[in-house]
Design a protein around this ligand. Structure first.
Ligand code: ADP
Ligand code: MG
Length: 257
């Protein structure tokens, strides 16, 4: 357990390396330095929370990390490959393979059941029905929803909906799960359900990077990076708080089985 505390494989090449990353937005005559020289290494299997005041660059950082956007300067290596200068098509290909996104609003199709919502990315990828169902069932099981696959979003609680969205993010078997305020629209108890799901994903060896405003949420990560004015203000490893009780049982209890 202790060796997993910071999530890092000591001596291994980092999954992700940012060096002097900059992002400048031009609005009229003005330049906004959303990121002003961010350097960061993230090892495979880390569980990291990104915090910082509104406007400090958190979403900009996540968009670049998730290959949705390119930086204005600096270097971004993902699995040793320079991402900063790729074309949109190349970025899209890497994004589909390596990254799963979870948003504050769940963005599920209202008329489709949980299984179909989770299968969607695989339908777009052209995967056949059998393999795709198998994958979707696996992802829903990982988030503790094996018994809710035929339910539509309006037949699910808020926490269950967000877990469907997490399963959808997992279904391509990405190496990195990115979440921008995933508990922002949920009450504490429901938020714990989501944190239990992330804990389960982390314990399966995936890398989790989560933006949050809440100290109580960040307490569940193994490392907290704080941004201010587009720079890293602090970067600390910590003993992560664990989810206990029923919320843990809904997600984690079913995975080992
Ligand atoms: P956070 O997620 O920490 O609240 P953001 O990364 O969204 O911060 O924004 C960082 C800074 O960049 C802010 O000053 C914001 O106004 C600015 N910004 C973000 N996106 C854009 C954009 N598309 N065009 C211009 N300015 C932007
Ligand atoms: Mg933001």
């Amino acid at each position: 357990m202790a060796s997993r505390a910071a999530g890092a494989d000591v001596g291994a090449e980092p999954l992700l390396v940012f060096r002097d990353l900059a992002k400048v937005y031009r609005v009229g005559d003005e330049e906004v330095h959303a990121l002003a020289g961010v350097s960061l290494d993230i090892q495979e299997g880390e569980y990291l929370a990104v915090m910082g005041p509104s406007g400090s660059g958190k979403s900009t950082l996540m968009n670049i990390l998730g290959c949705l956007d390119t930086p204005s300067g600096g270097s971004y290596l993902l699995k040793g490959r320079e991402i900063a200068r790729l074309s949109d098509d190349e970025l899209a290909a890497i994004r589909n393979r390596e990254i799963g996104f979870v948003f504050q609003t769940f963005n599920l199709l209202a008329r489709s059941d949980a299984l179909h919502n989770v299968e969607l990315p695989l339908i777009y990828a052209g995967m056949g029905p059998r393999e795709r169902k198998e994958r979707a069932v696996e992802a829903l099981t990982m988030v503790g929803l094996a018994d809710r696959m035929k339910h539509r979003p309006n037949e699910l609680s808020g926490g269950q909906r967000q877990r469907v969205a997490i399963a959808r993010a997992l279904v391509n078997r990405p190496s990195i799960i990115l979440a921008d305020e995933p508990t922002g629209n949920l009450d504490t108890k429901t938020g714990n359900e989501i944190l239990a799901a992330f804990e389960a994903i982390y314990s399966q060896g995936k890398t989790v990077v989560m933006v949050t405003h809440e100290e109580d949420v960040a307490a569940h990560a193994h490392r907290v990076v704080r941004l201010r004015d587009g720079k890293v203000e602090s970067d600390r490893a910590q003993d992560a708080r664990r989810i206990e009780g029923p919320a843990a049982a809904t997600a984690i209890g079913r995975i080992g089985a």
